[in-house]
Design a protein around this ligand. Structure first.
Ligand code: B12
Ligand code: SF4
Length: 474
């Protein structure tokens, strides 16, 4: 079979795509399960010239069209399915949105199959020609009727997974802040319970890890031009012993001479384990991506973030003492927060000296506890139609007891302006303090030039578009 796996375009706007582009790890991993078929990958973030016509022509050559789907990309994914069906090609979806709302296959007859949950084994059985009715985790349409097979148990040992087929895409376009970048997954799942988050629903609060040895093998297989690795794990640092072992192996294999690392972690993990942070710094970790969500305790308690604010300052201090930067992610429109509370968070982002930040509106993703709460209180339409939400929009989909959707939109814009468009803050922070600080990797003239060219001009120039509709080509 000839199979085309498609990564739809990010809904992040021009500003974001001028500062990062991430390889389609899920599709590379899925492609690893079968050598008996020809699998191609089309990353629509890389080739932004695609439109209906070009997609139609591309699809012609294939026997099966697989598409990865998040909630914000559902509309565009559905359009691609319609195009494929017009050409008589079977369509297959996977990812968070179809897994947590599999009934979309009942509603839309352009979707032929959904692989729910982890995709590898289910995809392999499908490609191997096992009868559909016997494939766990598959939802499918046959003779006009839809069947949802029982769920597939989680893969017991993640070391059994095939290696991602990194050579299926050209590595050149992928970068984080203009540094050639790749992604690596060293664990799956999260045992925490945050109200807005769908990870613990998808993985049912399980947490599984690859062995440190396997992680190192994967790192050795990334394209040779790579300089930065982003670990996509939701909580890379949950098991300190494992992290310490990975660090030892990185140092032993000298991977830290060639690569820098960024991972996602939790405030409490960092604040409680300065020795781990020190070891990570020695191993080439340069930045943590932390979901702070808010600097308001009432909001944090409501969302069940499970730590107190006193940990936040400690966490940021531990990072900076060890020369690791902090990229904070925040939610605008948390339950329990007023405009004033939100503005206090903006001020603290600067006072606490975060290095980078991003914000997104509180969103009732399918399958989350927040979705249920928002529907019960009338904060969101009962039958929110993701198929109508344009892929370019990060517009707020719900209101809260204290904020309207317009308030949230306004605060989103304000958050970026207050942080990134404060010129004195930018000059002090990025140009002067980095140059003279422990962040020695920053001291490269070409990186600084790119920062000024792309970051200051393109990013700040396009800030307005972050919350606007700006990608609706298909
Ligand atoms: C890394 C990451 C990113 C990277 C994307 C990198 C890339 N090119 O893949 C970046 C930083 C760019 C990103 C951006 C965003 N992200 Co993100 N991201 C993640 C994260 C942390 C890991 C994803 C990952 O690579 N996992 C490893 C791979 C192997 O797993 P996987 O993608 O789930 O794929 C498996 C299965 O889902 C399935 N599968 C997936 N696709 C397909 C397709 C087919 C055909 C088949 C058969 C199976 C299949 O099989 C795969 C193998 O088992 C997840 C959280 C998580 N734990 O997954 C959030 C997550 C997916 N992101 C999320 C969101 C909301 C966003 C943003 C909207 C955030 C924003 N503020 O703008 C943007 C939108 C991007 C977009 N495309 O639309 C949400 C999605 C929620 C939802 N219901 O849609 C998640 C779940 C985070 C969360 N806690 O809510 N993200
Ligand atoms: S937000 Fe992070 S810590 Fe909370 S449940 Fe999701 S992945 Fe886990």
């Amino acid at each position: 079979m000839n199979i085309l796996l498609i990564y739809p375009p990010f809904p992040l706007g021009k500003a974001m795509s001028s500062v990062m582009c991430s390889p389609p790890l899920n599709l590379l991993t899925l492609a690893g399960v079968s050598n008996n078929h020809n699998i191609d990958i089309l990353d629509l973030n890389v080739d932004q010239s695609y439109g209906v016509k070009k997609i139609q022509d591309k699809i012609d050559k294939y026997d099966l069209i697989g598409i990865t789907c998040m909630s914000y990309t559902f509309r565009i994914v559905l359009n691609i399915c319609k195009i494929a069906k017009k050409k008589g090609k079977p369509t297959l979806l996977g990812g968070f949105h179809p897994t947590l709302d599999p009934n979309i296959i009942d509603k839309f007859d352009c979707i032929d199959m959904i692989i729910r949950g982890e995709g590898e084994l289910t995809f392999k059985e499908l490609l191997d020609g096992k009868p559909k009715k016997d494939i766990l985790g598959l939802s499918y349409r046959e003779n006009g009727k839809v069947y949802h097979n029982p769920k597939r148990p989680f893969i017991k040992n993640l070391d059994d997974l095939p290696f991602p087929r990194n050579n299926l895409v050209d590595s050149k376009p992928y970068n984080y802040l203009w540094i050639p970048a790749w992604v690596c997954e060293s664990s799956r799942g999260c045992p925490f319970n945050c109200e807005f988050c769908c990870v613990h629903e998808f993985y049912e609060r399980t947490y599984r890890t690859k062995s440190p040895e396997r992680v190192i093998k994967e790192l050795m297989q990334v394209p040779s031009t790579t300089r930065l690795i982003f670990f996509v794990d939701d909580n890379f640092t949950l098991n300190k012993k494992r992290v310490m072992r990975i660090c030892k192996l990185i140092q032993k294999t000298k991977l830290n001479k060639q690569l820098m690392f960024v991972c996602q972690s939790r405030v409490d993990d960092i604040a409680n384990n300065p020795d781990m942070v020190e070891e990570m710094h020695k191993s080439g970790f340069i930045c943590y991506f932390l979901g702070f969500e808010s600097f308001n305790q009432i909001a944090l308690d409501h969302m069940e973030k499970a730590y107190t604010l006193d940990k936040v300052k400690k966490c940021i201090d531990v990072c900076h003492e060890n020369g690791i930067m902090v990229f904070g992610s925040f939610i605008i429109g948390n339950i329990g927060e007023t405009k004033e509370d939100t503005r206090k968070t903006f001020q603290l982002m600067k006072n606490l000296s975060l290095d980078f930040m991003m914000t997104m509106p509180l969103t009732p993703f399918p399958g989350t506890k927040l979705n249920e709460e928002a529907i019960n209180h009338g904060w969101v339409e009962k039958d929110l139609k993701w198929e109508d939400i344009k892929s370019g929009e990060s517009k707020p989909l719900m209101r809260t007891p204290d904020l309207t959707r317009d308030d949230i939109l306004e605060l989103l814009s304000e958050s970026y302006r207050s942080f990134y468009a404060d010129k004195i803050f930018i000059i002090k922070k990025y140009l002067l303090s980095y140059w003279s600080s422990k962040f020695n990797w920053v001291r490269r003239p070409n990186l600084i030039l790119k920062f000024i060219k792309n970051g200051v001009t393109k990013f700040i120039w396009n800030l307005d578009e972050i919350v606007d509709e700006n990608y609706q080509k298909i």
